[in-house]
Design a protein around this ligand. Structure first.
Ligand SMILES: C[S@@+](CC[C@H](N)C(=O)[O-])C[C@H]1O[C@@H](n2cnc3c(N)ncnc32)[C@H](O)[C@@H]1O
Length: 282
């Protein structure tokens, strides 16, 4: 009988497999997947490197590594991803929450009143709406998405974080059909040009929903439609917060100013100095 695999040998083999498959962070991914398999912290793996790996754990881990080597995202394998300090369920129906979107949440929190009425357009996993609700327990939030499957994931996250009384999921095409006035309209809409599909990493291109990624007109179609529609739904002094791609700042700002000359707009950059957010006050 071959000697049982140890934690260390399983990790070494997995890192080799992931490196050969050109996975960007082979060690980190292997450690995260093994820690998840063993239901322990990553640090425990190094505290007991020579501990034998039970056969069922070895099978589970090797299935994870096969899937990761085929570029399936770690978040899909774990079924969740952290955003703004909270765990969110994810599936292939939603965009995996990105750390850069935390900037949008920070700017909304810095500028809205505690009891604001907010719409999160294209909520996906619900990460923006739920994070805002947790931080602003008196706010009322409508979380829209065109995808029923995405809204099913958002509903699970709304329940997971006990904000069902605050956050209402709504199936809608952007802002179509919404009634009433809101203090803030926030969105991380699809903004990648379809022509850029082949430049995306396979983890994104093959596994994340196209509806969450792509927008016509060089990635600007959803942003422009949103900018057109927001004024009729904003209360006086209401604000809009829109995430966009790093190369789209000038185009988004100029479209916004042209459409709404009386409003004031600014572009916010991320920590890497890239244009990332449009903030507009109406
Ligand atoms: C980039 S993802 C953002 C998801 C989530 N808000 C986040 O930041 O992780 C865009 C979301 O917009 C949704 N979407 C695409 N077109 C839409 C439309 N016309 N109306 C409403 N939602 C739309 C997609 O289903 C997807 O969930």
């Amino acid at each position: 009988m071959p000697p049982a695999e140890t934690i260390q040998s399983a990790l070494v083999n997995a890192i080799q497999t992931l490196s050969r498959a050109q996975i960007a962070s082979p060690r980190l991914d292997a450690e995260v997947l093994l820690a998840h398999t063993l239901r322990c912290d990553r640090s425990r793996l190094y505290a007991h490197p020579h501990a034998p790996l039970p056969a069922d754990a070895a099978r589970t881990f090797s299935a994870f590594i096969r899937r990761r080597a085929a570029h399936e995202p770690v978040a899909h394998l774990l079924g969740e991803r952290e955003f703004f300090g909270l765990p969110f369920f994810v599936s292939s129906a939603v965009l995996i929450p990105r750390p850069e979107t935390e900037l949008l949440v920070e700017h909304v929190l810095a500028r809205v009143s505690p009891s604001a009425r907010i719409v999160d357009v294209g909520t996906g996993s619900g990460c923006i709406a739920v994070s805002l609700a947790v931080q602003l327990p008196s706010a009322r939030i409508f979380a829209t998405d065109i995808s029923a499957d995405a809204l099913a994931v958002a509903r699970r996250n709304i329940a997971r974080h006990n904000v069902t009384a605050q956050v209402s999921p709504v199936q809608a095409d952007l802002l179509t059909g919404l009634r009433g006035k809101f203090d803030a309209i926030v969105s991380n809409p699809p903004y990648i040009a379809p022509a850029e599909r082949s430049t995306l990493p396979p983890d994104v291109r093959e596994f994340e929903p196209p509806q969450a990624l792509f927008s016509e007109d060089e990635g600007l179609a959803h942003l422009i439609r949103l900018l057109k529609d927001v004024p009729s739904l904003l209360s006086p002094g209401g604000r809009v917060f829109l995430e966009f791609g790093a190369a789209q700042g000038a185009a988004v700002l100029s479209a916004a100013k042209q459409m709404h000359p009386a409003a004031s707009f600014s572009i916010v950059q991320d920590l890497g100095g890239r244009d990332r957010l449009l903030v507009g006050a109406f």
